[in-house]
Design a protein around this ligand. Sequence first.
Ligand SMILES: [Zn+2]
Length: 141
Amino acid sequence: MRITARPLAPDEIDYELITLSVTVAALALLIGWNALHLPWPICAFHALTAHPCATCGATRSAIAFFHGQFMTSARWNPLAFAAYCGISIFDSYALIVLITRARRLRVTQMTLLEKNIVRALVVAMLALNWIYLLAHTRNFA
Ligand SMILES: [Zn+2]
């Protein structure tokens, strides 16, 4: 695996612009939804089983995160909290490279073993997060 810094190629997908745009749109939707006091979606898995799914609490985690209540955010859904931290860091990087037209960081030359390790880590993090949510049952309804 190599991490390289290079200019964006003319036919290359601009991941920084796409990610930053999606994040801004999602944040605007979250703020608008909250401001209009619309009802939050109910988890179908929780409604059927009375147990949280792997993403239960992610919305409340996001609301706490954007209010600066990071411990509350982490308690609602640790994996969602980690994702919000990662997205915040990536979006900060994306904003800087888009404004300054700096070189883009790219991960290249990943071996099959490295890809499989990443896949296994993602599955393990999802499983551990779900175990945490099942062990710390809250009112997810
Ligand atoms: Zn759920």
